[in-house]
Structure formats: structure tokens, C-alpha cells
Design a protein around this ligand. Structure first.
Ligand SMILES: Cc1cc2nc3c(=O)[nH]c(=O)nc-3n(C[C@H](O)[C@H](O)[C@H](O)COP(=O)(O)OP(=O)(O)OC[C@H]3O[C@@H](n4cnc5c(N)ncnc54)[C@H](O)[C@@H]3O)c2cc1C
Length: 494
């Protein structure tokens, strides 16, 4: 008899959702293998903003998830909008250029609400994501539809809650334990994993194995291999432990690659951010208020429509676009009119400040005359209309390339500030193909017996871009599914 019913590889949101789900569905002995030491546990989940995008038909559907919301934010339920599945689908398809896998995206969207209820029922406390998703307009708050709820204390709270729930449910956690290979019997069933832990190399057996050990964002060699130049130089926003191990192990036994292997989620972050995520700063190096300003590169030119859409629909591709500029850096420039709209996270950085645009540019390492012309041309191209940060206000430039489609106001009110940004990688989009039971398929398109995947390892959902709050949701949905189905392997073996 194997020593475990279910082995889960990883200890982030996806893996621990899977482990808890497996226990709940009757798996007796469940272990989560965490490559990191205990003090660095929890993967990208720890660093995340804890934001969850999910579908709900009625505002009242949020009440069981955030019953205390109005104590924190008066009139929350009056101001928030519904987010039916059709809108989630539309957002996902729009930003992924229609490429999100139809079967997997239906699972993600269709199970999103019940999965959030499941998480909350297990004791993951949620709250309105005011600092990420709310824009104050007079005495009301305009919420970005679908992405309004986050785990309390963000990723730190989410990760801590999962470890506590796993402990209460009797999930064993082995820290400092790196899965290095999958073990199969002669019929091809996965029967365990080989591991490297402080004792050395060994083997653990199980009726089922769930891989929830992230993408390859922290592996510069794989980034160079699949994403190409200049991604080997990218700063990593989260954990240093997601080096593609699960993908390597799965592909080595014939798993079917799926999704966009040249794609990743990458955001504008403080150019001085550390090379890997900082456990205390977590996601606070993000610089996402660019729709209210102007973005220039070292040659002094604009290169992106800052107002293409709300930041939740453009931020995950903008990091890569910045990284591909000369020197991999850019400058976000704002005037005093929008100072109050900058996210609180900007306070973790030190802006360059001046009383005129010329003086500001003098302090930046950009091409001075080109940059002055860029800003003059921009100011001249701003059209008439009313600025409204709560809607796509259509206040766009005329005849400018690239255009700024919304929120285009002149830079005319001192003081002016500039924030240096680079592109930080969050997670990679390429993964393995799973079916509706979260089983990993082989290159023969048949499930590999005993093998499941969840979280960043699931390929096919995201291409080129991503709607904010979907990574954690996908991890929880496929983790929940994988755990329940892996627990079923035990019943089938009886
Ligand atoms: C700064 C930041 C902010 C973010 N904000 C949000 C947000 O607000 N909302 C959202 O939806 N998404 C957000 N994301 C993305 C989100 O964090 C990820 O999509 C999600 O955490 C992925 O979950 P996961 O469980 O698949 O991977 P992870 O949480 O990264 O967990 C992977 C686990 O596998 C372990 N591991 C790796 N290799 C091995 C091995 N060989 N053996 C054993 N263990 C191994 C790691 O140590 C880790 O425990 C953010 C990410 C970052 C970095």
C-alpha cells in the first residue's frame, strides 16, 4: 500500500486548495511538498494582491462572501455592479485575443463563484479590494466589474489561511522538499514522486499526484528558451522557486504541452525593485496608474496607448512591452491634477519631481529634445471632453501615434512627477493540457493515470494578456477539481 493517498507538489493557492479538497473528498493521507524552506513558503500566492475575479449574477451573491463589507465601505452593495458569466467570458476572450481555451475557460468561469464560496466557507476571509479596484467619484466608489473581492491581508493572508486550513484538515506539509521526478508503474500509472529533501534523495508513493508547482518564471534559462530575449534579464515579482520543475517532470513522461509558451504575465514595476519578490513589499512595487499619465522610453518617445482600457485589462501585457524598450525601462509622467488618483502603492517609490516639464526631463536619462517634442505633441493632440476616471471616458488624442484613447488630459499643472518603471515577470502562460477532471493529458490526448495539475501549470487559459484577478481564481478552481478527483482514485482502488 502506498504511504500517501494523494501527493500534492507545491504549497501555493492551487496546491493547498487541491490538498484541502482531497481531504474533504475522503483522501486519508495527503501531503503537500514545498520546495521552499518554511520561512519562504507559499509561492507566488504569498506575494499576490489576493484579488479574485469571479462571476456573479446578483449583487446579493456577494453578501455571504463579504457580509461585513458595508462596515468597511458604506454603500458597497449599492455601488458594486454585477458580473455575469457572459461578461467574464467577454473580458477573458477580449484580452486574450479570442485564444483562451474554450473548454478550460468555461470550467474556470462556470465554477468561479462556487469556488469562492467554498474558499470562504473554509475560513478564507474576504474583503472589498478598495485599493486595487475602487475609484472614488464624489461620494461614490466605482468598482471594476468582476474584480472587487480579495482575500483579507491580500496574498499574505490568503497563503497564511491556506496553511492553517490545511493543518486543521490534517494535510501534512513537508518543507524543503523538492519534487524532482514522477514515478510510474509498468502500465504508465503515476505512482509517486522522487524527491530531494534535507536527508538526500528518496521516493514517495501515492495513489495520485497533483502538480501545483507553478510556471517557469523564475528560471532564466527557460525564459530565454521560450520567451526569448530580453526575458532572461527580467525581474521576478514573486517567488524564486517556480523554475518549471513540474512542467519538466510532466513533459518528461509525455504530457501534452498547451497554451502560449512564448507568453507571460508581466507588469510595470518600480525600476529599482529587487531581482525577486520581497516578502514584505509583496505586490507593492506595481505601478498601475499609467492610464492617468504619459509613458516615455529612454529615446524620449511614447510607445503604448496608456488609456487603451482600465489598467486591469492592460497591465499584464505592459510589463513585457516596457522590458522590450531600450534599456528595459520607461518613465511614467503625471501632473498634479491626477496626483490624488495614483494608487497607494506609488508611496513605496521615490518619484522625480520638478515644477516644469523641462526641468523634469532634465532629471531623467531620456533624450531631452525628443522627449520635449513628444510631450508637446501629446498636449497638442488632447481633444475636448470631460475627464472621468470611473468610465472609459473617450477623452482621447487626435492624430497621435500611438494614440491615448481614454483619460488623455494635458500635462499642464505643476508639480510634475516621473516614476521609473521596468517590466517584472509574474508567471508564465505555457503549461500542460488538463481535462475537465484536471487530469493531465498525454501527447496521445488520453489522461495520464494518476496525474493532475492546477494553477500556473495549467496551459491554455491566458494568451498575450490577462484580466486581473484570474490567476488565483484559476488556481482555486482547478485545485479544487484536482483534489476532489484525485481523492476519487483512492475510492476506485478499493
Ligand atoms: C506580485 C504578484 C501579485 C499577484 N497578484 C495577483 C492577484 O491579486 N490576483 C491574482 O489572481 N493573481 C495574482 N498574482 C498571480 C498569482 O499569484 C498566481 O497566479 C498564483 O499564485 C499561482 O498559484 P499557484 O499555486 O499555481 O503557484 P504558486 O503560488 O507560485 O505556488 C507554487 C508552489 O510550488 C512550489 N514548488 C515549485 N517547484 C517545486 C518542486 N519542484 N517541488 C515542490 N514544490 C515546488 C513553490 O515553492 C510554491 O510553493 C500575483 C502574482 C505576483 C507575483
Amino acid at each position: 500500500m502506498p504511504e500517501y493517498d494523494v501527493i500534492v507538489v507545491g504549497a501555493g493557492n492551487a496546491a493547498l486548495a487541491a490538498a484541502v479538497s482531497a481531504r474533504e473528498q475522503g483522501a486519508g493521507r495527503v501531503v503537500a511538498l514545498e520546495k521552499a524552506p518554511e520561512e519562504l513558503r507559499g509561492g507566488n500566492t504569498h506575494y499576490s494582491g489576493g484579488l479574485l475575479r469571479f462571476a456573479y449574477d446578483r449583487v446579493e451573491d456577494l453578501v455571504p462572501i463579504v457580509p461585513d463589507a458595508e462596515r468597511q465601505i458604506p454603500h458597497f452593495f449599492r455601488d458594486v455592479e454585477t458580473y455575469p458569466a457572459a461578461l467574464f467570458r467577454q473580458d477573458l476572450l477580449r484580452v486574450t485575443e479570442g485564444r483562451s481555451d474554450p473548454e478550460l475557460s468555461e470550467i474556470l468561469i462556470g465554477r468561479s463563484y462556487e469556488t469562492v464560496r467554498w474558499m470562504s466557507g473554509h475560513g478564507i476571509t474576504m474583503e472589498p479590494a478598495l485599493s486595487l479596484s475602487g475609484v472614488r467619484v464624489g461620494d461614490r466608489i466605482k468598482w471594476s466589474p468582476g474584480a472587487v473581492i480579495r482575500a483579507r491581508h491580500e496574498g499574505v493572508g490568503l497563503s497564511r489561511s491556506w496553511f492553517e486550513i490545511a493543518r486543521q484538515r490534517g494535510v501534512e506539509i513537508r518543507y524543503g522538499t523538492c519534487a524532482v521526478g514522477l514515478v510510474q508503474d509498468r502500465r504508465g500509472r503515476v505512482t509517486g514522486v522522487s524527491v530531494h529533501d534535507p536527508e538526500g534523495f528518496g521516493e514517495l508513493q501515492a495513489r495520485a499526484v497533483i502538480l501545483g508547482c507553478g510556471g517557469f518564471e523564475a528560471n532564466p534559462e527557460w525564459r530565454a528558451r521560450y520567451l526569448g530575449r530580453p526575458w532572461d534579464h527580467a525581474k521576478v515579482r514573486g517567488t524564486r522557486y517556480n523554475t518549471g520543475d513540474g512542467l519538466r517532470m510532466a513533459l518528461a513522461i509525455g504530457a501534452l504541452p498547451h497554451g502560449q509558451w512564448t507568453g507571460c504575465h508581466s507588469t510595470p514595476i518600480d525600476a529599482d525593485a529587487p531581482p525577486h519578490g520581497d516578502r514584505k513589499l509583496t505586490d507593492k512595487t506595481n505601478r498601475l496608474s499609467y492610464p492617468y499619465g504619459v509613458l516615455v522610453n529612454l529615446p524620449g518617445r511614447r510607445f503604448f496607448d496608456e488609456g487603451e482600457d482600465f489598467q486591469f485589462y492592460t497591465y499584464a501585457k505592459l510589463g513585457g512591452i516596457i522590458l522590450n524598450q531600450p534599456g528595459g525601462v520607461a518613465y511614467q509622467i503625471f501632473d498634479a491634477k491626477v496626483a490624488g488618483l495614483l494608487e497607494g502603492r506609488y508611496k513605496t517609490g521615490t518619484p522625480i519631481v520638478a515644477d516644469s516639464l523641462g526641468a523634469l526631463i532634465d532629471k531623467l536619462p531620456v533624450d531631452r529634445s525628443a522627449c520635449l517634442k513628444t510631450l508637446d505633441d501629446y498636449d497638442a493632440a488632447v481633444g475636448p471632453g470631460a475627464f472621468d476616471p470611473a468610465v472609459r471616458d473617450g477623452l482621447g488624442t487626435k492624430g497621435l501615434v500611438p494614440a491615448k484613447s481614454n483619460w488623455a488630459q494635458r500635462l499642464d499643472t505643476p508639480p510634475f512627477v516621473a516614476y521609473p518603471v521596468t517590466g517584472g515577470i509574474t508567471f508564465t502562460f505555457g503549461g500542460v493540457r488538463v481535462n475537465e477532471r484536471a487530469q493531465i493529458l498525454s501527447t496521445s490526448w488520453a489522461p495520464i493515470p494518476g496525474l493532475y495539475a492546477c494553477g500556473e501549470m495549467v496551459g491554455g487559459l491566458f494568451h498575450t494578456n490577462y484580466p486581473g484577478g484570474t490567476g488565483l481564481m484559476s488556481g482555486a478552481v482547478f485545485g479544487h477539481l484536482a483534489g476532489a478527483n484525485a481523492a476519487g482514485e483512492q475510492a476506485r482502488a478499493r
